[in-house]
Ligand binder design. Structure first.
Ligand code: GLC
Length: 435
């Protein structure tokens, strides 16, 4: 087993190399040079906390999405939020623009119909894919990530597509006034009440980081934007330098929908953690070291063993991994030995601890880019199921911060900002109205 665990090791010296490489990519990306970090200007700065009014928000980042009505008090009190969950079918995420945006417009219609006055509110749109923005309310999809592939969206302005669909569905009273990424929304939601928040991060199905940058360091066209600072969406999941890749990462990438892309995301985020565990289990079983050499069905096909199962396996703290055996039985694996169960648990921890360490390294790179000797306090607003639900993930990040930053790590705090991206979209919509 130690050979397997060694494959997922990521020692401190390697993490330092990652940080140096990450900052070099940030620098190149900000200059508009070739970089695996897109460094996309978000055309919005942190809020003042005084933003107020009533807004709608569409928070779309996965097939389960939310529509919200948000009342921003603007006086330091918590916003009031009413929200409803919706979900898209596989067909809606993979067919074409009309199918996807039509479904979104119909759900906005049904949500607004139930709420007095909602059908005439400005709407903030969180669209959690790489977008090249030109202003706060216009931006084109650069490429699909997370397995989506609806035709006719790449290269098009997604605000325009949503407004057209709203008009087709006769919901013309709702105007889309702002566009943002989920990282930006999460940062805005936390910064609305906490001025020390200058980084936003998602550790969920996908992963990404945004941060508050000095506008004069962004060497890209910023149009009429006049503020001194702007949030930049790094698309950090695309980072591909100095990462501790092994043969499982290579295999996962080769078999994925987007080979060659999103390397960091494929090592860190929930869409892939289960798959990495599965590939490691399949190899050991092939070598006759697990499950008597016969690969159980649950590990035989791609993406059946998901991140939530990795979570469940890690939750078992019994010495003989009895709960893992119960989980395996529920998954149709009746004849697993306690050695099999314990090996599965070790692999789950090795994969996810490496993920937490990579997440911590790139966050440490971002925070020391903003403030090299950590003179100030920094809150990192984080959302996503991996951060929220995986046992030990947040603690592993904190431990890695201490390894990397030493005592200065006390200046850096991660704060779970659950469902922040919807609320943040409303804060951005308010800011867009006051520019
Ligand atoms: C993917 C998207 C990115 C998003 C992240 C988290 O990496 O490309 O825009 O922020 O997932 O949802």
């Amino acid at each position: 087993m130690s050979e397997m665990e060694a494959l997922f090791e990521y020692p401190a010296a390697a993490r330092r190399r990652t940080i140096t490489a990450f900052q070099a990519e940030m620098d190149a990306g900000l200059r508009g040079e070739t970089s695996s970090l897109k460094m996309l200007p978000a055309f919005v700065d942190n809020p003042t906390g005084k933003e107020k009014g009533e807004f709608l928000a569409l928070d779309l980042g996965g097939s389960n999405y939310r529509i919200l009505r948000v009342s921003l008090p603007g006086d330091g009190r918590l916003p009031d939020v009413t929200s409803r969950k919706f979900s898209l079918s596989m067909e809606e995420t993979t067919r074409d623009a009309g199918t996807l945006f039509g479904a979104l417009a119909r759900s906005i219609k049904s949500f607004a119909a139930g709420l007095e006055g909602a059908a005439s509110r400005p709407l903030g749109f969180t669209f959690s894919f790489p977008i090249r923005q030109h202003s706060i309310d216009r931006g084109e999809l650069i490429l699909w990530t997370k397995g989506w592939s609806a035709a006719g969206v790449v290269g098009r302005d997604v605000v325009g597509l949503l407004n057209e669909a709203l008009a087709r569905e006769s919901v013309g009273g709702v105007r889309v006034v702002s566009l943002d990424n989920d990282t930006t929304g999460t940062q805005m939601a936390r910064a609305y009440l906490d001025p020390a928040c200058d980084i936003g991060c998602i550790l969920g199905t996908g992963t990404n980081i945004c941060y508050r940058e000095r506008a004069d360091r962004i060497r890209k066209p910023l149009g009429s934007y006049a503020k001194a600072a702007m949030i930049v969406n790094m698309e950090s999941g695309g980072f591909d330098k100095d990462l501790p890749r092994n043969r499982f990462d290579e295999k996962l990438d080769a078999e994925s929908e987007n080979p060659g892309a999103q390397w960091e995301e494929k090592m860190v985020s929930g869409k892939y953690l289960g798959e990495l565990v599965r590939l490691a289990v399949a190899e050991r079983t092939g070598q006759g070291l697990m499950f008597g050499g016969r690969l159980p069905d649950i590990f035989a096909a791609r993406e059946r063993f998901g991140s939530e199962r990795v979570c469940a396996v890690k939750e078992d703290e019994t010495p003989e991994a009895e709960k893992v055996r119960t989980i395996l039985i529920e998954l149709g694996v009746r004849d697993a030995s306690s050695d099999d169960a314990a090996a599965l648990r070790k692999i789950a921890w090795a994969v996810s601890r490496r993920a937490a360490r990579i997440a911590a390294a790139v966050l440490a790179a971002a925070v020391t880019w903003i403030d090299p000797v950590l003179e100030r306090d920094h809150t990192i607003a984080v959302d996503g199921s991996v951060f929220e639900k995986h046992p030990g993930f947040a603690a592993d990040i904190d431990a890695a911060f201490r390894d990397i930053l030493g005592p200065r790590a006390a200046r850096v705090r991660t704060a779970l900002t659950h469902d922040g991206s919807g609320l943040g979209a409303a804060v951005i919509a308010a800011a867009a109205g006051n520019k």
